[in-house]
Design a protein around this ligand. Structure first.
Ligand SMILES: [Zn+2]
Length: 448
């Protein structure tokens, strides 16, 4: 061993110790923790994102953000609609573990949230939420010092973005945890100019309204029917609008960063289906068009290792990752921290992920899936047939291999049954009132 180096090291440590003592005396012994910004655009299926290979230029801002940061190309939401999937994002638990499954449920009081943990660590906690689905009666506002709900109108997009900027500007003295949830591209797919009609008008009768979505869903048209293709065009235009809004917001954050360190997460709460498996919209199945979401991490004034990651990850991983980046322990062990990948490009171990969706309390409509490597086993309802897909050769989940690979399907089915059996009962009720129901109906909730 090199003695000179050891001596130098000891001297260096002694000098560093002195410096730390001096900094501690000045109250500046370590850099402040990074601010955390979590951006969710509602209902964005990764398959419609340009940097995922989509042909239309829907997401230039997300693509730039992702190229400068770490983009997870195979990220999956735990559930297929806003309420349970957002609960999973902020608790790191599956839908059946956190028990916030329907409009009548409230997050159980003993389930800790990311906002609570960051608030107790000294963070200023703010939420700007542009959807009535996430009303505070469901308990997801817990831990946020301010939780501002906006309706889903286009006017509210600008009001929500303005408030998000104000939160960013006010928070220079303390680290900030800011959650921004933008309604677009959630239906109705009706963005303002210059986004409207940008991608063609094959079927002028299809305006992208909720009524159009319902009509097309009920008609069970083929995915390549002209009406469906037009609806997809309206959805893509709404994506481009959401992308531009967040692009402007992030440009403002960057311009006004004033040297503050921050991590930014940009994702969606679930995907959106266009009749690939008989449904239009979301909150129905556990096929990938409803679960595959964009997920990218960016950083301001803090180093990261830019890359595109093909490992399969879950939105359950966001909370433990954020906490690890802040030097805090995870809330639980359901998800996995991705911080080593962000900081050093470390590979992730292969995972077994569980997905679930039920729009109603009735367990008879509980749809579940489990994914291991490239294989996914799905079961719609507890008595539905087992569906096994090889996603490498069959990414659209069309060719059921359950009969051909019976033993493997049963092995995955056992995992599915175990997860289903571990479901926590709902403990509290937070049923929406008449005015809430009206707003929810305008977004397509209720009915079939
Ligand atoms: Zn949603």
């Amino acid at each position: 061993m090199n003695t000179r180096r050891n001596t130098w090291s000891r001297r260096r440590f002694a000098a560093a110790g002195l410096l730390l003592a001096m900094l501690a005396a000045c109250g500046a012994e370590r850099p402040p923790p990074p601010s955390i910004l979590v951006i969710v655009v509602d209902s964005l299926h990764a398959g419609h994102v340009s940097s995922h290979g989509y042909a239309r230029p829907t997401t230039p801002n997300f693509d730039r953000f992702a190229a400068d940061g770490v983009q997870f190309l195979r990220a999956f939401s735990q559930s297929s609609w806003t309420l349970p999937s957002t609960a999973s994002l902020f608790t790191g638990l599956t839908q059946e573990q956190h028990a916030l499954r329907t409009f009548d449920d409230r997050l159980p009081a003993d389930v800790p949230t990311l906002a609570e943990r960051l608030k107790s660590a000294g963070y200023r906690t703010r939420a700007v939420v542009q959807t009535p689905v996430l009303a505070s009666r469901h308990g997801l506002s817990r831990g946020f010092e301010r939780y501002q709900l906006f309706d889903h109108s286009l006017e509210s997009v600008e009001r929500a973005l303005k408030l998000a900027r104000e939160h960013w500007d006010e928070a220079a003295d303390r680290p900030l945890f800011l959650y921004v949830h933008l309604a677009p591209p959630h239906m109705p797919y009706q963005p303002p100019a210059p986004f409207a009609a940008r991608f063609g008008d094959e079927h002028p009768d299809v305006s992208g309204s909720v009524a159009d979505c319902r009509r097309i869903h009920r008609a069970k048209l083929a995915p390549d029917a002209p009406q469906v293709r037009s609806l997809v065009a309206r959805y893509d235009e709404h994506i481009a609008f959401a992308d531009a809004c967040i692009g402007r917001l992030l440009a403002d954050f960057q311009r006004d960063a004033r040297g503050r360190a921050a991590w930014i997460v940009w994702t969606s709460d679930h995907g959106e289906a266009f009749l690939q498996h008989g449904s239009q919209g979301h909150n129905a199945t556990v096929y990938d068009e409803m679960l595959h979401v964009p997920l990218a991490f960016g950083a301001l004034n803090t180093p990261l290792a830019p890359r595109r990651v093909n490992d399969v990850v879950s939105t359950l991983d966001v909370a433990p990752t954020v906490l690890a980046l802040c030097g805090l322990p995870p809330l639980n062990d359901a998800g996995a921290s991705l911080h080593s990948t962000l900081l050093r490009g470390a590979a992730l171990p292969e995972r077994t992920l569980f997905f679930s969706s039920r729009y109603k309390a009735d367990a008879a409509v509980l749809h579940c899936a489990v994914r291991r490597g490239d294989f996914k086993l799905a079961q719609l309802g507890p008595d539905g047939p087992l569906e096994l897909y090889d996603l490498r050769t069959d990414p659209e989940e069309r060719s059921n291999l359950a009969a051909a690979r019976g033993e493997f399907a049963l092995e995955l089915a056992e995992l599915l049954a175990r997860e289903r059996g571990a479901a926590r009962a709902s403990e509290a009720h937070a049923a929406p009132q008449a005015a809430d129901r009206e707003q929810l109906a305008e977004l397509g909730y209720g009915g079939d």
